[in-house]
Design a protein around this ligand. Structure first.
Ligand SMILES: [Zn+2]
Length: 253
């Protein structure tokens, strides 16, 4: 934890708490699921307490843990989430990923429970998953280092992995990007589900996906949507006013 300034850790905590509240407010997260963020030292991360509410998660509900799951800081009267190995084992092998979301999306998870169908990119913003969305075959919670490693192996170089009969995991470079990827992941799963009811789905081709990716300004898009969701969260008092400045994309730039 050397080299971590208090203000950077406090800002990172507010980001994780805000992202969790916003995802809950937008109906992506529910009573379970969790967001993590790697801290600037690269070897520690923030993860929430097991039973802290996603509806009003506070910075004090977060733990600092290392990649072996050791708690370095946090409330001694509670404990981190059960499936923290989802986060630690991805961050161990994927230096490009600084923020991870695990959740239990209804529609995306259906694609782990039906023979012969695969969750594939349908909408242009799903280019993020054009290399594939593997399904990890184990349906039990990812609650040991061994299970976390096996899951991270299934994920490989992809940016998402589905967990059989359980849920999904995505990884992104930052908290705003994670928020936006989560929204697009759900949109894409719904698009495929709805399209399959209309007729034969026509997924995004590799060429379409590559062309979109080549011209897409990912950072600008993340900032735009983060600003949008933040504004909705502030208006609905999901996010306290005193967090607004810390979370503002203008402050982050
Ligand atoms: Zn889970």
């Amino acid at each position: 934890m050397d080299g971590l300034s208090n203000s950077r850790v406090e800002t990172a905590k507010v980001e994780v708490a805000a992202c969790t509240r916003l995802l809950n407010h937008e109906g992506v997260l529910g009573y379970s699921g969790h967001v993590s963020q790697r801290l600037p030292d690269g070897e520690t991360l923030l993860i929430q307490a097991f039973d802290a509410s996603r509806n009003d998660l506070a910075p004090d509900d977060l733990y600092i843990i290392d990649l072996d799951g050791n708690v370095l800081d946090g409330n001694p009267n509670a404990r981190p989430v059960n499936e923290l190995e989802i986060h630690t084992e991805i961050m161990r092998v994927r230096p490009d990923i600084n923020a991870v979301l695990h959740w239990h999306p209804e529609i995306a998870t259906l694609f782990t429970m039906v023979e012969g169908v695969e969750l594939v990119p349908m909408k242009n913003h799903a280019y993020r998953w054009s290399s594939g969305i593997p399904v990890h075959p184990e349906s039990w919670h990812i609650d040991t280092q061994e299970r976390g490693r096996a899951m991270a192996e299934t994920m490989g170089e992809h940016n998402a992995v589905l967990l059989r009969a359980h849920g999904a995991v995505i990884g992104s470079e930052s908290i705003p990007a994670l928020m936006v990827d989560a929204v697009h992941f759900d949109e894409n799963a719904r698009a495929l589900y709805d399209a399959s009811r209309l007729g034969t789905p026509k997924p995004l081709s590799k060429l379409e996906s590559d062309e979109f990716a080549a011209n897409f300004k990912r950072t600008n898009h993340s900032v735009k949507l983060w600003r949008y969701y933040l504004s909705r969260g502030l208006e609905a008092a999901v996010i306290p006013d005193e967090w607004a400045e810390l979370l503002s994309p203008d402050e982050r730039a």
